[in-house]
Design a protein around this ligand. Structure first.
Ligand code: GH3
Ligand code: MG
Ligand code: MG
Length: 371
């Protein structure tokens, strides 16, 4: 059905826009329809002379007004604003039990059939009630029914034979007990599903993090950076400064590994990432590009500020923070830096920065070279 067909417009009018609330509204509307059908049946009993018209009308007015009230408060969003359970399932269940008990007390010889409606009440509850609420509803239903049966047996023993009432009550208790147990089981299953869903969502988020982070330094990895670079083009916002891109490469890193071991090399990489991160501003992104190479993207950053930031980083790294890791050996990095042309593919800017890095290495390392 198309979004604007008359059918879908009518459904939206009756049930509201698609979503969780629509499911609740349609349940309430279904309940209203069920009450209406029961009212018709009661009036058929009136025609057959089994039920008094005034009594049937009173119950019909009670049931339909209540059901309409539930439907309207859910459809209008009132229940969402004023109740912790926006579907009002417990209240609707309690109301239905009152209607059933009332119906039982006024219905003539056919009243045994009324008890089957009790199962329907539990079925409606199965969708949302917690185990405690389902039990509460079952007990409330049986107590009300028991009270009405006793009262009617005492006041009208000719029509409400106490022995028959007792048997009816026991049957109702079995049916209510069994359907409440099923409802409780279903509730447990529902909560297990929802816990599993939460766990899966958490695992998915962890996976997403792992897929985009470098395990050693915690920085975004090459894949995440490539995604970002591809997304950022064309570079710069209207009215903003240019985007600057730099490749940083640790100097003589192989020597650190060879002299102090690979593990110390790893620690140097981690510490370098920590120190470099201190100089980043919001919006800057530093990624591990591979090995001892890092890529720094600085959006909305002019040449001078980009240079100053890298220089501060260089000083911080030179000043240390590596003590205990590589005593007696200075850690430094060289960088090639370039400003990205507005429509330029990132690969071309990267090539330029790489060339500049090569020049910085050739010129003696521990320096920043512009392309
Ligand atoms: P240059 O100043 O020219 O950059 O010299 P370099 O020694 O830093 O460069 P080279 O490319 O010769 O060596 C880089 C070394 O980095 C070699 C490699 O084993 C090491 N390396 C790459 N990834 C890792 C890592 O994850 N951990 C450690 N410990 N070492 C790594
Ligand atoms: Mg390298
Ligand atoms: Mg190197």
């Amino acid at each position: 059905m198309s979004r604007h067909s008359p059918g879908s417009r009518l459904a939206t009018l009756a049930l509201g826009p698609p979503g969780n609330q629509r499911m609740r509204t349609s349940q309430a509307l279904l309940a209203l329809a069920v009450y209406a059908v029961f009212a018709l049946l009661q009036h058929a009993e009136v025609l057959l002379g089994l039920l008094d018209l005034r009594r049937a009308n009173e119950l019909t007015a009670f049931a339909l007004t209540g059901a309409l009230g539930f439907y309207l408060s859910i459809r209008s969003g009132l229940s969402r604003r004023f109740s912790r359970d926006p579907s009002l399932t417990l209240a609707q269940g309690g109301f239905a039990l009152c209607a059933v008990t009332w119906c039982y007390s006024i219905t003539g010889p056919a009243r045994g059939a009324v008890l089957s409606i009790l199962v329907l009440v539990t079925l409606f509850g199965m969708f949302r009630l917690s185990p405690r609420q389902a039990t509460l509803l079952a007990f409330a239903g049986l107590s009300m029914l028991g009270a009405v049966m006793s009262w009617r047996s005492m006041t009208d023993a000719a029509r409400f034979d106490p022995r028959v009432e007792l048997i009816q009550f026991l049957f109702a208790a079995i049916v209510m007990g069994a359907s409440a147990t099923l409802s409780i089981r279903l509730g447990r299953l529902r909560s297990r599903f929802s816990q599993q869903k939460d766990k899966l969502e958490h695992a998915l988020e962890m996976n997403r993090q792992l897929a985009s982070r470098d395990a050693l330094t915690g920085l975004p990895n090459r894949r995440a950076m490539v995604d970002l670079l591809a997304r950022e083009q064309p570079w710069g916002r209207p009215g903003g400064g240019p985007t600057t891109l730099a490749i940083l490469d640790l100097d003589w890193f192989k020597r650190i590994n060879d002299t102090f071991g690979h593990q110390t090399g790893d620690q140097v990489l981690r510490r370098f990432a920590e120190l470099a991160r201190i100089e980043l501003r919001a919006g800057d992104v530093l990624a591990r590009w591979g090995g001892e190479e890092f890529l720094l993207l600085m959006p909305d950053t002019r040449r001078e500020s980009a240079h100053a930031a890298l220089d501060r980083m260089r000083v911080r790294v030179a000043e240390g923070g590596f003590e205990g890791l590589v005593q007696g050996m200075a850690v430094s990095f060289s960088a090639g830096i370039t400003v990205c042309g507005h429509d330029e593919p990132y690969t071309r800017a990267l090539e330029r920065a790489d060339q500049a890095l090569y020049q910085a290495k050739n010129a003696g390392r521990n320096r920043i070279q512009w392309a």
